[in-house]
Design a protein around this ligand. Structure first.
Ligand code: FRU
Length: 534
Protein backbone atom coordinates (compact mmCIF):
# COMPACT_ATOMS: atom_id res chain seq x y z
CA UNK A 1 0.00 0.00 0.00
CA UNK A 2 1.20 3.58 -0.67
CA UNK A 3 2.54 5.63 2.25
CA UNK A 4 0.09 8.53 1.89
CA UNK A 5 -3.25 7.17 3.09
CA UNK A 6 -5.72 9.99 3.78
CA UNK A 7 -8.72 7.63 3.85
CA UNK A 8 -7.55 5.16 6.46
CA UNK A 9 -9.64 5.36 9.60
CA UNK A 10 -8.33 6.07 13.09
CA UNK A 11 -10.88 4.42 15.32
CA UNK A 12 -13.01 2.27 13.03
CA UNK A 13 -11.77 -1.31 12.78
CA UNK A 14 -9.73 -2.20 9.72
CA UNK A 15 -6.73 -4.46 9.15
CA UNK A 16 -3.48 -2.95 7.78
CA UNK A 17 -4.30 -3.92 4.20
CA UNK A 18 -6.49 -6.00 1.86
CA UNK A 19 -10.18 -6.73 1.43
CA UNK A 20 -12.61 -7.32 4.28
CA UNK A 21 -16.33 -8.05 4.32
CA UNK A 22 -18.78 -9.55 6.81
CA UNK A 23 -18.15 -9.68 10.56
CA UNK A 24 -18.26 -13.35 11.62
CA UNK A 25 -18.75 -15.10 14.92
CA UNK A 26 -18.39 -12.11 17.27
CA UNK A 27 -18.34 -13.18 20.92
CA UNK A 28 -16.90 -12.59 24.37
CA UNK A 29 -14.94 -15.47 25.86
CA UNK A 30 -13.13 -15.36 29.20
CA UNK A 31 -13.39 -11.56 29.20
CA UNK A 32 -11.91 -11.19 25.71
CA UNK A 33 -13.92 -9.87 22.77
CA UNK A 34 -13.43 -11.68 19.49
CA UNK A 35 -14.02 -10.30 16.03
CA UNK A 36 -13.65 -12.65 13.13
CA UNK A 37 -14.35 -11.48 9.63
CA UNK A 38 -14.26 -12.34 5.94
CA UNK A 39 -10.81 -11.46 4.62
CA UNK A 40 -8.76 -11.82 1.45
CA UNK A 41 -5.12 -12.33 2.52
CA UNK A 42 -4.00 -11.70 -1.06
CA UNK A 43 -5.52 -8.43 -2.19
CA UNK A 44 -7.92 -5.49 -2.04
CA UNK A 45 -10.78 -7.18 -3.89
CA UNK A 46 -13.05 -10.05 -2.80
CA UNK A 47 -11.56 -13.58 -3.07
CA UNK A 48 -9.53 -16.33 -1.31
CA UNK A 49 -11.81 -15.90 1.69
CA UNK A 50 -10.63 -16.87 5.19
CA UNK A 51 -11.79 -15.93 8.68
CA UNK A 52 -9.34 -13.32 9.93
CA UNK A 53 -9.28 -12.91 13.70
CA UNK A 54 -8.66 -10.05 16.14
CA UNK A 55 -9.28 -9.71 19.86
CA UNK A 56 -9.83 -6.83 22.25
CA UNK A 57 -10.64 -6.17 25.87
CA UNK A 58 -12.56 -2.96 25.19
CA UNK A 59 -14.01 -3.30 21.65
CA UNK A 60 -11.91 -0.26 20.64
CA UNK A 61 -8.27 -1.41 20.52
CA UNK A 62 -7.57 -4.65 18.63
CA UNK A 63 -4.78 -7.19 18.33
CA UNK A 64 -4.61 -9.52 15.32
CA UNK A 65 -4.11 -13.29 15.37
CA UNK A 66 -3.55 -15.80 12.61
CA UNK A 67 -6.68 -16.63 10.57
CA UNK A 68 -8.97 -18.85 12.64
CA UNK A 69 -10.52 -20.69 9.71
CA UNK A 70 -9.13 -21.17 6.22
CA UNK A 71 -9.75 -23.69 3.43
CA UNK A 72 -8.32 -27.06 4.46
CA UNK A 73 -10.84 -29.81 3.83
CA UNK A 74 -13.16 -30.76 0.95
CA UNK A 75 -16.15 -29.15 2.63
CA UNK A 76 -14.52 -25.69 2.56
CA UNK A 77 -11.77 -25.91 -0.03
CA UNK A 78 -13.30 -23.19 -2.22
CA UNK A 79 -13.91 -20.69 0.57
CA UNK A 80 -14.70 -20.24 4.25
CA UNK A 81 -17.70 -17.97 4.14
CA UNK A 82 -19.80 -16.32 6.81
CA UNK A 83 -21.09 -17.86 9.99
CA UNK A 84 -21.62 -17.40 13.69
CA UNK A 85 -20.54 -18.51 17.12
CA UNK A 86 -22.80 -20.12 19.69
CA UNK A 87 -21.75 -20.32 23.34
CA UNK A 88 -22.89 -23.71 24.67
CA UNK A 89 -24.38 -23.96 28.18
CA UNK A 90 -20.99 -25.34 29.26
CA UNK A 91 -19.41 -22.03 28.21
CA UNK A 92 -17.66 -23.50 25.19
CA UNK A 93 -17.83 -21.56 21.93
CA UNK A 94 -18.65 -23.39 18.74
CA UNK A 95 -18.55 -22.04 15.18
CA UNK A 96 -20.91 -22.87 12.35
CA UNK A 97 -19.80 -21.46 9.01
CA UNK A 98 -20.44 -21.90 5.31
CA UNK A 99 -17.90 -23.80 3.27
CA UNK A 100 -17.77 -23.98 -0.48
CA UNK A 101 -17.02 -27.52 -1.63
CA UNK A 102 -15.23 -28.80 -4.78
CA UNK A 103 -18.55 -28.74 -6.69
CA UNK A 104 -18.99 -25.11 -5.60
CA UNK A 105 -21.95 -26.07 -3.45
CA UNK A 106 -22.53 -24.19 -0.23
CA UNK A 107 -22.53 -26.42 2.85
CA UNK A 108 -22.44 -25.83 6.62
CA UNK A 109 -19.47 -26.80 8.75
CA UNK A 110 -18.55 -26.85 12.40
CA UNK A 111 -15.33 -25.92 14.21
CA UNK A 112 -14.39 -25.93 17.89
CA UNK A 113 -11.47 -24.39 19.78
CA UNK A 114 -8.37 -26.53 20.11
CA UNK A 115 -7.53 -25.21 23.55
CA UNK A 116 -10.35 -23.92 25.74
CA UNK A 117 -7.96 -22.50 28.30
CA UNK A 118 -6.59 -20.05 25.72
CA UNK A 119 -8.75 -16.89 25.98
CA UNK A 120 -7.57 -15.87 22.48
CA UNK A 121 -8.87 -19.08 20.91
CA UNK A 122 -6.26 -18.89 18.18
CA UNK A 123 -6.61 -22.47 16.94
CA UNK A 124 -9.79 -24.08 15.70
CA UNK A 125 -10.44 -27.71 14.86
CA UNK A 126 -12.91 -28.63 12.16
CA UNK A 127 -15.34 -31.47 12.76
CA UNK A 128 -14.59 -34.76 11.03
CA UNK A 129 -18.34 -34.92 10.34
CA UNK A 130 -18.30 -31.85 8.10
CA UNK A 131 -20.38 -30.90 6.24
CA UNK A 132 -23.22 -31.06 8.75
CA UNK A 133 -25.80 -29.63 6.37
CA UNK A 134 -25.72 -29.87 2.60
CA UNK A 135 -28.04 -29.37 -0.35
CA UNK A 136 -29.44 -32.62 -1.77
CA UNK A 137 -32.00 -33.47 -4.39
CA UNK A 138 -34.35 -34.60 -1.64
CA UNK A 139 -34.21 -31.40 0.43
CA UNK A 140 -34.54 -29.15 -2.65
CA UNK A 141 -32.08 -26.63 -1.34
CA UNK A 142 -30.53 -24.28 -3.90
CA UNK A 143 -26.83 -25.18 -3.71
CA UNK A 144 -25.61 -21.71 -4.64
CA UNK A 145 -27.96 -19.97 -2.19
CA UNK A 146 -27.50 -21.75 1.10
CA UNK A 147 -25.26 -19.89 3.51
CA UNK A 148 -24.47 -17.85 6.62
CA UNK A 149 -25.66 -19.85 9.68
CA UNK A 150 -26.89 -17.77 12.63
CA UNK A 151 -26.01 -18.20 16.27
CA UNK A 152 -28.04 -21.24 17.34
CA UNK A 153 -30.62 -21.09 20.12
CA UNK A 154 -31.70 -23.78 22.54
CA UNK A 155 -35.35 -24.41 23.32
CA UNK A 156 -36.69 -25.58 26.70
CA UNK A 157 -37.16 -28.89 24.83
CA UNK A 158 -33.33 -29.16 24.74
CA UNK A 159 -33.37 -28.90 20.95
CA UNK A 160 -30.98 -26.55 19.15
CA UNK A 161 -32.19 -24.45 16.25
CA UNK A 162 -30.25 -22.52 13.63
CA UNK A 163 -31.13 -20.51 10.53
CA UNK A 164 -29.45 -20.61 7.13
CA UNK A 165 -30.08 -17.88 4.54
CA UNK A 166 -31.51 -19.02 1.23
CA UNK A 167 -33.99 -18.38 -1.57
CA UNK A 168 -36.36 -20.28 -3.81
CA UNK A 169 -36.74 -18.35 -7.07
CA UNK A 170 -37.35 -14.78 -5.80
CA UNK A 171 -38.60 -15.81 -2.36
CA UNK A 172 -36.18 -15.16 0.49
CA UNK A 173 -35.96 -18.02 3.02
CA UNK A 174 -34.67 -18.42 6.56
CA UNK A 175 -34.24 -22.20 6.46
CA UNK A 176 -34.49 -23.81 9.89
CA UNK A 177 -32.48 -26.79 11.09
CA UNK A 178 -32.81 -28.60 14.42
CA UNK A 179 -30.40 -30.75 16.41
CA UNK A 180 -30.16 -32.52 19.75
CA UNK A 181 -26.36 -32.62 19.83
CA UNK A 182 -25.22 -29.72 17.59
CA UNK A 183 -23.71 -32.26 15.18
CA UNK A 184 -26.66 -34.06 13.62
CA UNK A 185 -28.98 -31.50 12.06
CA UNK A 186 -32.38 -32.07 10.47
CA UNK A 187 -34.02 -29.59 8.16
CA UNK A 188 -37.44 -28.43 9.26
CA UNK A 189 -40.27 -28.84 6.73
CA UNK A 190 -40.96 -25.11 6.74
CA UNK A 191 -38.62 -22.15 7.05
CA UNK A 192 -38.76 -20.05 10.23
CA UNK A 193 -39.82 -17.24 7.94
CA UNK A 194 -39.90 -16.33 4.25
CA UNK A 195 -41.04 -13.42 2.09
CA UNK A 196 -41.92 -13.00 -1.56
CA UNK A 197 -39.83 -11.14 -4.08
CA UNK A 198 -36.96 -10.16 -1.81
CA UNK A 199 -34.28 -12.32 -3.45
CA UNK A 200 -31.50 -14.06 -1.52
CA UNK A 201 -31.41 -13.61 2.25
CA UNK A 202 -27.77 -13.40 3.31
CA UNK A 203 -26.51 -13.32 6.87
CA UNK A 204 -29.78 -13.77 8.79
CA UNK A 205 -29.70 -12.77 12.45
CA UNK A 206 -32.44 -13.77 14.90
CA UNK A 207 -32.47 -12.70 18.52
CA UNK A 208 -34.70 -11.65 21.42
CA UNK A 209 -34.90 -8.08 22.78
CA UNK A 210 -36.29 -7.05 26.16
CA UNK A 211 -39.54 -5.13 26.25
CA UNK A 212 -39.24 -1.83 28.14
CA UNK A 213 -35.62 -2.21 29.23
CA UNK A 214 -32.50 -1.35 27.30
CA UNK A 215 -30.52 -4.37 28.44
CA UNK A 216 -29.62 -7.23 26.16
CA UNK A 217 -30.56 -10.88 26.58
CA UNK A 218 -28.95 -14.11 25.52
CA UNK A 219 -30.04 -15.62 22.23
CA UNK A 220 -32.01 -18.55 23.70
CA UNK A 221 -34.19 -16.40 25.98
CA UNK A 222 -37.92 -16.65 25.30
CA UNK A 223 -41.00 -15.53 27.21
CA UNK A 224 -43.48 -12.69 27.59
CA UNK A 225 -40.79 -10.15 28.50
CA UNK A 226 -39.15 -10.32 25.07
CA UNK A 227 -39.93 -9.66 21.42
CA UNK A 228 -37.90 -11.19 18.60
CA UNK A 229 -35.99 -9.50 15.80
CA UNK A 230 -35.25 -11.04 12.41
CA UNK A 231 -32.62 -9.23 10.37
CA UNK A 232 -31.91 -10.08 6.75
CA UNK A 233 -29.20 -8.87 4.40
CA UNK A 234 -30.62 -8.45 0.92
CA UNK A 235 -28.13 -9.49 -1.72
CA UNK A 236 -30.06 -7.60 -4.41
CA UNK A 237 -29.89 -4.17 -2.78
CA UNK A 238 -27.12 -4.61 -0.18
CA UNK A 239 -29.32 -3.42 2.68
CA UNK A 240 -29.84 -4.90 6.13
CA UNK A 241 -33.51 -4.68 7.04
CA UNK A 242 -35.30 -6.05 10.07
CA UNK A 243 -38.71 -6.67 11.53
CA UNK A 244 -39.88 -7.00 15.12
CA UNK A 245 -42.25 -9.84 15.84
CA UNK A 246 -43.19 -12.92 17.77
CA UNK A 247 -41.41 -16.25 17.80
CA UNK A 248 -43.67 -19.22 18.34
CA UNK A 249 -41.36 -21.94 19.61
CA UNK A 250 -43.91 -24.76 19.38
CA UNK A 251 -44.59 -24.13 15.73
CA UNK A 252 -41.08 -22.83 15.15
CA UNK A 253 -42.27 -19.89 13.15
CA UNK A 254 -41.61 -16.18 13.39
CA UNK A 255 -44.39 -13.71 12.63
CA UNK A 256 -43.59 -10.00 12.20
CA UNK A 257 -45.86 -7.68 14.19
CA UNK A 258 -48.68 -5.89 12.47
CA UNK A 259 -47.37 -2.76 10.79
CA UNK A 260 -43.82 -4.12 10.39
CA UNK A 261 -42.82 -3.92 6.74
CA UNK A 262 -41.21 -7.19 5.66
CA UNK A 263 -39.16 -6.03 2.67
CA UNK A 264 -36.47 -3.64 1.54
CA UNK A 265 -38.75 -0.69 2.24
CA UNK A 266 -38.96 -1.73 5.91
CA UNK A 267 -36.80 -0.67 8.84
CA UNK A 268 -33.06 -0.67 8.40
CA UNK A 269 -30.24 -0.77 10.92
CA UNK A 270 -28.61 1.93 8.85
CA UNK A 271 -29.89 3.90 5.90
CA UNK A 272 -26.41 4.39 4.43
CA UNK A 273 -23.60 1.88 3.83
CA UNK A 274 -23.90 -0.99 6.30
CA UNK A 275 -24.24 -4.65 5.39
CA UNK A 276 -24.00 -8.29 6.46
CA UNK A 277 -24.24 -7.29 10.10
CA UNK A 278 -24.39 -9.59 13.10
CA UNK A 279 -25.17 -9.20 16.80
CA UNK A 280 -23.88 -11.05 19.84
CA UNK A 281 -24.84 -11.03 23.50
CA UNK A 282 -22.17 -9.48 25.70
CA UNK A 283 -22.66 -11.44 28.92
CA UNK A 284 -20.09 -9.28 30.75
CA UNK A 285 -22.16 -6.12 30.34
CA UNK A 286 -25.62 -7.52 29.62
CA UNK A 287 -25.95 -5.82 26.30
CA UNK A 288 -26.44 -6.93 22.73
CA UNK A 289 -23.84 -5.57 20.36
CA UNK A 290 -24.18 -5.09 16.62
CA UNK A 291 -21.28 -5.31 14.19
CA UNK A 292 -21.68 -4.25 10.55
CA UNK A 293 -19.51 -4.08 7.49
CA UNK A 294 -19.14 -0.72 5.72
CA UNK A 295 -18.08 -1.26 2.14
CA UNK A 296 -16.37 1.30 -0.04
CA UNK A 297 -17.96 3.94 -2.26
CA UNK A 298 -14.81 4.32 -4.33
CA UNK A 299 -13.91 2.63 -7.59
CA UNK A 300 -12.26 -0.80 -7.62
CA UNK A 301 -9.22 0.86 -9.27
CA UNK A 302 -8.94 3.24 -6.32
CA UNK A 303 -9.35 0.38 -3.83
CA UNK A 304 -6.52 -1.53 -5.48
CA UNK A 305 -4.39 1.61 -5.51
CA UNK A 306 -4.87 2.25 -1.80
CA UNK A 307 -4.39 -1.45 -1.08
CA UNK A 308 -7.48 -2.06 1.02
CA UNK A 309 -11.23 -2.18 0.98
CA UNK A 310 -13.88 -2.21 3.71
CA UNK A 311 -14.06 -1.26 7.38
CA UNK A 312 -16.29 -2.20 10.30
CA UNK A 313 -18.83 0.20 11.74
CA UNK A 314 -18.36 1.16 15.39
CA UNK A 315 -19.91 -1.63 17.47
CA UNK A 316 -23.35 -0.49 18.59
CA UNK A 317 -25.47 -1.42 21.57
CA UNK A 318 -28.88 -2.35 20.27
CA UNK A 319 -32.21 -2.55 22.09
CA UNK A 320 -35.97 -2.24 21.60
CA UNK A 321 -37.38 1.29 21.58
CA UNK A 322 -40.06 2.00 24.17
CA UNK A 323 -42.61 2.21 21.33
CA UNK A 324 -41.90 -1.49 20.67
CA UNK A 325 -41.91 -0.66 16.97
CA UNK A 326 -38.25 -0.21 16.19
CA UNK A 327 -34.75 -0.75 17.53
CA UNK A 328 -32.41 1.89 18.92
CA UNK A 329 -28.64 1.81 18.45
CA UNK A 330 -25.84 3.68 20.16
CA UNK A 331 -22.05 3.45 19.85
CA UNK A 332 -20.59 1.35 22.66
CA UNK A 333 -19.68 3.53 25.65
CA UNK A 334 -16.04 2.42 25.54
CA UNK A 335 -15.56 4.57 22.44
CA UNK A 336 -15.90 7.69 24.60
CA UNK A 337 -12.50 6.91 26.15
CA UNK A 338 -10.93 8.12 22.91
CA UNK A 339 -12.47 11.56 23.32
CA UNK A 340 -10.22 14.49 24.23
CA UNK A 341 -10.19 18.31 24.10
CA UNK A 342 -13.92 18.82 24.41
CA UNK A 343 -15.29 21.92 22.69
CA UNK A 344 -18.72 23.25 23.65
CA UNK A 345 -20.86 25.89 22.05
CA UNK A 346 -23.20 27.93 24.21
CA UNK A 347 -26.92 27.48 23.85
CA UNK A 348 -27.87 29.88 21.05
CA UNK A 349 -30.17 30.70 18.21
CA UNK A 350 -28.86 29.73 14.77
CA UNK A 351 -30.50 32.14 12.39
CA UNK A 352 -31.90 30.94 9.07
CA UNK A 353 -29.24 31.05 6.38
CA UNK A 354 -26.26 31.01 8.76
CA UNK A 355 -23.34 28.65 9.33
CA UNK A 356 -20.96 28.53 12.26
CA UNK A 357 -17.50 27.09 12.05
CA UNK A 358 -16.37 25.00 15.01
CA UNK A 359 -12.71 25.40 15.88
CA UNK A 360 -10.50 23.52 18.29
CA UNK A 361 -11.29 19.96 17.21
CA UNK A 362 -9.44 17.70 14.79
CA UNK A 363 -12.33 17.76 12.36
CA UNK A 364 -11.20 14.76 10.31
CA UNK A 365 -11.21 12.60 13.45
CA UNK A 366 -13.98 13.71 15.77
CA UNK A 367 -17.09 12.79 17.73
CA UNK A 368 -19.80 15.47 17.60
CA UNK A 369 -23.08 15.73 19.49
CA UNK A 370 -25.62 18.43 18.76
CA UNK A 371 -29.25 19.02 19.71
CA UNK A 372 -31.74 21.43 18.25
CA UNK A 373 -35.09 22.75 19.26
CA UNK A 374 -37.37 24.56 16.91
CA UNK A 375 -39.40 27.60 17.69
CA UNK A 376 -41.77 28.24 14.81
CA UNK A 377 -42.89 24.70 14.07
CA UNK A 378 -46.16 25.83 12.52
CA UNK A 379 -44.14 27.38 9.69
CA UNK A 380 -42.94 23.97 8.53
CA UNK A 381 -43.34 23.10 4.87
CA UNK A 382 -46.22 20.80 3.99
CA UNK A 383 -45.27 17.20 3.31
CA UNK A 384 -46.48 16.12 -0.10
CA UNK A 385 -48.24 12.76 0.43
CA UNK A 386 -46.21 11.31 -2.44
CA UNK A 387 -42.96 11.87 -0.53
CA UNK A 388 -42.85 8.45 1.04
CA UNK A 389 -39.29 7.50 0.15
CA UNK A 390 -36.89 9.31 2.51
CA UNK A 391 -33.80 8.66 0.39
CA UNK A 392 -35.48 10.10 -2.71
CA UNK A 393 -36.66 13.11 -0.68
CA UNK A 394 -33.15 13.76 0.67
CA UNK A 395 -31.74 13.50 -2.86
CA UNK A 396 -34.31 15.97 -4.16
CA UNK A 397 -33.82 18.32 -1.22
CA UNK A 398 -30.11 18.23 -0.53
CA UNK A 399 -28.24 20.48 1.87
CA UNK A 400 -28.06 23.39 -0.57
CA UNK A 401 -31.81 23.41 -1.23
CA UNK A 402 -33.29 26.07 1.01
CA UNK A 403 -36.31 25.15 3.07
CA UNK A 404 -38.20 26.57 6.02
CA UNK A 405 -37.45 24.36 9.01
CA UNK A 406 -34.27 22.94 7.73
CA UNK A 407 -31.99 21.85 6.35
CA UNK A 408 -30.07 22.33 9.61
CA UNK A 409 -27.25 20.17 10.95
CA UNK A 410 -23.54 19.58 10.39
CA UNK A 411 -21.15 20.09 7.52
CA UNK A 412 -18.49 17.45 8.14
CA UNK A 413 -15.21 16.96 6.29
CA UNK A 414 -15.62 20.42 4.76
CA UNK A 415 -12.89 22.13 2.76
CA UNK A 416 -12.00 25.76 3.40
CA UNK A 417 -14.20 27.23 0.69
CA UNK A 418 -16.87 24.50 1.15
CA UNK A 419 -16.29 23.02 -2.31
CA UNK A 420 -16.25 19.75 -0.43
CA UNK A 421 -18.49 18.83 2.47
CA UNK A 422 -20.62 15.94 3.71
CA UNK A 423 -23.85 17.37 5.09
CA UNK A 424 -25.83 15.57 7.79
CA UNK A 425 -29.05 17.39 8.55
CA UNK A 426 -32.73 17.47 9.41
CA UNK A 427 -35.82 18.89 7.78
CA UNK A 428 -39.17 19.15 9.47
CA UNK A 429 -42.40 18.88 7.49
CA UNK A 430 -46.02 19.28 8.42
CA UNK A 431 -47.69 15.94 7.69
CA UNK A 432 -51.39 14.99 7.81
CA UNK A 433 -51.75 14.86 11.56
CA UNK A 434 -48.20 15.19 12.85
CA UNK A 435 -44.83 16.70 12.13
CA UNK A 436 -42.50 14.54 10.07
CA UNK A 437 -38.74 14.66 10.63
CA UNK A 438 -36.41 13.75 7.81
CA UNK A 439 -32.75 12.94 8.45
CA UNK A 440 -30.34 13.12 5.51
CA UNK A 441 -26.70 12.48 4.74
CA UNK A 442 -25.82 14.32 1.54
CA UNK A 443 -22.60 13.15 -0.12
CA UNK A 444 -23.15 14.96 -3.43
CA UNK A 445 -20.34 17.42 -2.64
CA UNK A 446 -18.21 15.13 -0.48
CA UNK A 447 -15.34 14.95 -2.98
CA UNK A 448 -14.07 16.62 -6.11
CA UNK A 449 -13.22 13.11 -7.34
CA UNK A 450 -16.19 12.00 -9.42
CA UNK A 451 -15.11 8.38 -9.51
CA UNK A 452 -16.89 7.80 -6.18
CA UNK A 453 -20.48 6.82 -5.51
CA UNK A 454 -21.92 9.99 -3.93
CA UNK A 455 -25.48 8.81 -3.42
CA UNK A 456 -27.45 10.75 -0.81
CA UNK A 457 -29.10 8.74 1.98
CA UNK A 458 -32.18 9.46 4.06
CA UNK A 459 -34.46 8.20 6.80
CA UNK A 460 -37.63 9.30 8.55
CA UNK A 461 -37.01 9.80 12.24
CA UNK A 462 -39.71 8.93 14.77
CA UNK A 463 -39.27 12.01 16.96
CA UNK A 464 -41.97 14.55 17.76
CA UNK A 465 -40.31 17.96 17.38
CA UNK A 466 -43.08 19.74 19.28
CA UNK A 467 -42.14 17.98 22.51
CA UNK A 468 -38.65 16.58 21.93
CA UNK A 469 -35.30 18.01 20.94
CA UNK A 470 -33.74 16.77 17.74
CA UNK A 471 -30.36 15.24 18.43
CA UNK A 472 -27.58 14.19 16.11
CA UNK A 473 -24.30 12.45 16.83
CA UNK A 474 -21.74 12.03 14.08
CA UNK A 475 -18.59 9.94 14.27
CA UNK A 476 -16.24 11.47 11.74
CA UNK A 477 -13.22 9.35 10.84
CA UNK A 478 -11.37 10.55 7.69
CA UNK A 479 -13.49 8.67 5.14
CA UNK A 480 -16.49 7.80 7.30
CA UNK A 481 -19.33 9.87 8.65
CA UNK A 482 -21.41 7.56 10.85
CA UNK A 483 -24.45 9.42 12.16
CA UNK A 484 -27.06 8.67 14.82
CA UNK A 485 -30.26 10.72 14.77
CA UNK A 486 -32.82 11.02 17.58
CA UNK A 487 -30.61 9.31 20.18
CA UNK A 488 -30.06 6.35 17.88
CA UNK A 489 -33.50 5.93 16.31
CA UNK A 490 -32.08 6.30 12.79
CA UNK A 491 -28.50 5.73 11.67
CA UNK A 492 -26.84 6.72 8.41
CA UNK A 493 -23.28 5.79 7.53
CA UNK A 494 -21.47 7.39 4.61
CA UNK A 495 -18.13 6.63 2.94
CA UNK A 496 -16.53 9.74 1.48
CA UNK A 497 -13.17 10.55 -0.07
CA UNK A 498 -12.46 14.27 0.11
CA UNK A 499 -9.50 15.53 -1.89
CA UNK A 500 -9.15 18.90 -0.11
CA UNK A 501 -10.83 18.33 3.27
CA UNK A 502 -8.26 15.87 4.55
CA UNK A 503 -6.36 15.76 7.84
CA UNK A 504 -5.73 19.32 9.12
CA UNK A 505 -7.54 20.78 6.12
CA UNK A 506 -10.87 19.33 7.23
CA UNK A 507 -13.35 21.72 8.83
CA UNK A 508 -16.58 21.34 10.76
CA UNK A 509 -19.59 23.67 10.62
CA UNK A 510 -23.04 23.84 12.10
CA UNK A 511 -25.44 25.16 9.49
CA UNK A 512 -29.00 26.23 9.03
CA UNK A 513 -30.11 26.63 5.44
CA UNK A 514 -33.78 27.09 6.27
CA UNK A 515 -35.56 30.43 6.52
CA UNK A 516 -36.67 29.75 10.11
CA UNK A 517 -34.35 30.08 13.09
CA UNK A 518 -33.47 27.04 15.15
CA UNK A 519 -32.09 26.84 18.67
CA UNK A 520 -28.88 24.93 19.41
CA UNK A 521 -29.62 23.49 22.84
CA UNK A 522 -26.47 21.45 23.13
CA UNK A 523 -23.21 21.19 21.27
CA UNK A 524 -20.13 19.20 22.26
CA UNK A 525 -17.38 18.00 19.98
CA UNK A 526 -14.28 16.02 20.79
CA UNK A 527 -11.09 15.31 18.99
CA UNK A 528 -10.69 11.55 18.89
CA UNK A 529 -7.47 9.78 19.81
CA UNK A 530 -6.30 7.06 17.50
CA UNK A 531 -7.30 3.58 18.58
CA UNK A 532 -4.59 0.94 18.61
CA UNK A 533 -5.61 -1.42 15.83
CA UNK A 534 -2.71 -3.45 14.50
C1 FRU B 1 -22.31 -11.34 2.37
C2 FRU B 1 -21.70 -12.60 1.78
C3 FRU B 1 -22.23 -13.85 2.47
C4 FRU B 1 -21.15 -14.84 2.22
C5 FRU B 1 -19.90 -14.00 2.30
C6 FRU B 1 -18.82 -14.41 1.35
O1 FRU B 1 -21.54 -10.20 2.12
O2 FRU B 1 -21.95 -12.68 0.39
O3 FRU B 1 -23.50 -14.25 2.04
O4 FRU B 1 -21.13 -15.88 3.15
O5 FRU B 1 -20.31 -12.67 2.00
O6 FRU B 1 -17.66 -13.65 1.57
Amino acid sequence: PPAFQPYRTSYHFQPPKNWINDPNGPMIYKGVYHLLYQYNPKGAVWGNIVWAHSTSTDLVNWTPHVPAIYPSQPSDINGCWSGSTTILPSGEPIILYTGVNPQNQQVQNLATPKNLSDPYLTEWVKSAKNPLMAPTIANQINASSFRDPTTAWLGPDRIWRVLIGSKRNRRGLAILYRSKDFVHWTKSQHPLHSATDTGMWECPDFFPVRINANIGVDTSVIGPHVKHVLKLSLDDTKHDYYTIGTYNLNKDIYVPDKGQVDSDSGLRYDYGKFYASKTFFDSAKNRRILWGWINESSSVEDDIKKGWSGVMAIPRSIWLDKSGKQLVQWPIRELERLRENQVNLPNQVLKGGLALEVSGVTSAQADVEISFSTIELQNAEKLDPSWTNPQALCSKKGASVKGRLGPFGLLALASKGLQERTAVFFRIFKGQDKYVVLMCSDQSRSSLNNGNDKTTYGAFLDVNPSSEELSLRSLIDHSIVESFGGEGKACITARVYPTLAIQNEAHLHVFNNGTENVQITRFSAWSMKKAIIT
